[in-house]
Design a protein around this ligand. Structure first.
Ligand SMILES: Cc1cc2nc3c(=O)[nH]c(=O)nc-3n(C[C@H](O)[C@H](O)[C@H](O)COP(=O)(O)OP(=O)(O)OC[C@H]3O[C@@H](n4cnc5c(N)ncnc54)[C@H](O)[C@@H]3O)c2cc1C
Ligand SMILES: NC(=O)C1=CN([C@@H]2O[C@H](COP(=O)(O)OP(=O)(O)OC[C@H]3O[C@@H](n4cnc5c(N)ncnc54)[C@H](OP(=O)(O)O)[C@@H]3O)[C@@H](O)[C@H]2O)C=CC1
Ligand SMILES: Nc1ccccc1C(=O)C[C@H](N)C(=O)O
Length: 461
């Protein structure tokens, strides 16, 4: 059988029509595979259901590249609002913009989850090869017999199906992952953070006006907890409170209308008047869990976990979806490399993505401390200014870690390693120093040349 014939007859089973599963189905549909995608929820294009884990998300270059590869970036563009930096709100209401990058296109973009997933599903169907089956929940898996069991969420009927290759992007609580665990496959860990989140909302002002700066990611950093806000296309902002589960300032302690109002008035005085539905949102919207999933084995026979199912990360770097989109792009690259040999693709994919996923998981945890606390520290700001200056001087050697993660395609594991070296350099340069004028630039040159080899050009944007 020729390669083309093989592809025409070969079918792929995909579990999970979230952001990552839907994008992967486009890649596969475009390659000529017949793809069946199953999701336990109704289709958000037809039924009004909660958008999922957050109303909007930050899209960055790793995600953008994947959207470009499948040819839908022009359409996605209409959904995006550029955010040029962090706009920090201190407790007195003073504002301080900390730009994300230093080139005009070094921005991240706020995108509505429901809009993006709807676009991805439309485009998948437009390939003519992808069929979505909604309200079909994976409830059983038999890798020996190559069968899986679905439960129809409307009728409760169960049905068994065969698969050739089963790709699973069924999210952080992955049923596929749990099924593999039950079969004795070891090496999965799922660590919940002791902090959770709550979504609130700033409505649009008169005639779709943004009540606070539109083109920024707003942060109210308060040390042990924080609030952030990302803009929506209708002029509203989705506001998220991240806070410990227990303790003096926590979800378990702040549990009455009065306590919520007092807390916001005291800690977020410039925000409270922008939240007309504060207490209603606080007590109606769910408190979302956050955590990190790590997996030693992403695959078993011809079953492969990807997206959050393999590597859920805390959201603080805004990289979970971006990393999942990069998974899709990498899987596609490997299918090209291995001429659609799935065993080789699955094996190499799991191998190269594992360390990268672990690295972004660690950096995401670190970014929580940076966002809720370090952004207020003068030393942090000084280091950031030096990092930008060094990037201008050594653009292939010293790139601030945030930029390496967000604007380039350097493997996350390499970013993590280089980031540690750069952090040491910045610490040494700023020892006993308070202003950029005091920095010894010839020492900086020595350190960069000694410790940082140039980054391979293929990874730079
Ligand atoms: C508060 C918050 C903010 C975030 N912000 C960002 C951000 O700014 N930028 C970013 O890049 N990432 C962000 N993320 C991470 C991002 O949400 C995830 O990485 C992304 O949703 C992962 O996509 P996925 O398709 O792998 O999983 P999901 O989006 O969780 O989709 C999984 C799909 O599988 C379906 N499913 C689950 N179980 C079954 C089953 N048994 N059978 C059939 N179907 C099933 C679900 O219904 C769902 O449709 C954020 C996460 C949170 C919690
Ligand atoms: N949100 C995150 O970042 C992380 C979540 N997790 C785990 O994932 C679960 C779901 O979280 P989330 O996706 O945000 O919530 P959702 O509301 O999106 O998903 C809830 C679904 O998760 C499944 N689930 C229930 N208990 C567990 C469990 N102990 N481990 C894994 N999955 C479970 C259930 O599916 P079913 O009906 O199929 O049993 C439930 O319907 C959490 O309980 C948590 O254990 C872990 C790390 C990170
Ligand atoms: N989307 C998010 C959701 C939750 C928490 C943070 C983000 C971010 O995107 C943070 C951004 N990358 C930052 O570092 O300022």
């Amino acid at each position: 059988m020729s390669q083309t014939e093989l592809k025409q007859t070969e079918s792929i089973t995909l579990i999970g029509a979230g952001l990552v599963g839907s994008l992967m189905s486009i890649y596969l549909g475009q390659r000529g595979y017949k793809v069946d995608v199953y999701d336990k929820l109704p289709d958000i294009r037809k039924t009004s259901i909660p958008a999922g884990r957050s109303i909007n998300l930050a899209l960055a270059n790793r995600g953008i590249r994947a959207l470009q590869q499948v040819g839908i970036m022009d359409k996605a563009q209409k959904l995006l609002i550029p955010m040029t930096g962090r706009l920090i709100h201190d407790i007195e209401g003073n504002l301080n913009l900390q730009p994300y990058g230093q080139k005009p296109d070094e921005v991240i973009h706020s995108v509505p989850r429901a809009g993006l997933v709807s676009l991805l599903r439309d485009e998948a169907e437009a390939t003519g090869n992808v069929t979505f089956h909604f309200q079909q929940k994976l409830v059983g898996l038999d890798p020996e017999a190559q069968t899986f069991t679905l439960k129809d969420e409307v009728t409760d009927n169960e049905s068994e199906h065969n698969y050739q290759v089963l790709l699973s992007a069924d999210g952080a609580g992955s049923r596929t992952r749990r099924a593999l665990e039950k079969l004795g496959i070891k090496g999965f860990s799922s660590e919940l953070l002791e902090h959770s989140y709550k979504e609130l909302s700033i409505p649009p002002g008169d005639v779709h006006k943004y009540q606070i700066e539109k083109n920024a990611l707003h942060i109210w950093p308060r040390g042990g907890y924080m609030v952030i806000a990302l803009p929506n296309l209708d002029g509203s902002f989705t506001v998220t409170l991240f806070m410990p589960n227990k303790g003096p300032i926590s979800f378990s302690e702040i549990d009455t209308n009065d306590k919520v109002i007092d807390f916001f008035k005291e800690k977020f005085p410039d925000l409270v008047d922008l939240l007309p539905e504060l207490t209603e949102d606080y007590f109606t919207n769910p408190t979302g869990v956050l955590g990190t999933v790590r997996a030693k084995n992403w695959s078993h026979k011809n079953i492969l976990l990807f997206g959050d199912a393999a590597h859920a990360v805390v959201p603080f770097h805004g990289q979970g979806m971006n990393c999942g989109f990069e998974d899709c792009s990498e899987m596609n690259r490997l299918l090209n490399k291995h001429s659609d040999d799935w065993s080789k693709t699955i094996e190499e994919f799991a191998d190269i993505r594992r360390d990268n996923a672990n690295a972004i998981a660690d950096m995401a945890l670190e970014n929580y401390v940076e966002m809720r606390d370090s952004v207020r520290d003068p030393k942090f700001k000084l280091k950031k200014a030096i990092a930008f200056k060094l990037e201008q001087q050594y653009p292939t050697q010293f790139i601030p870690r945030y930029s390496m993660v967000t604007f380039h395609h350097i493997p996350y594991a390499e970013v993590f390693q280089r980031g540690k070296v750069q952090a040491d350099i910045l610490t040494e340069l700023t020892k006993d120093k308070h202003t950029i004028e005091e920095i010894d630039w010839s020492h900086a040159t020595e350190l960069v040349q000694k410790h940082l080899a140039p980054i391979s050009k293929e990874f730079l944007n």
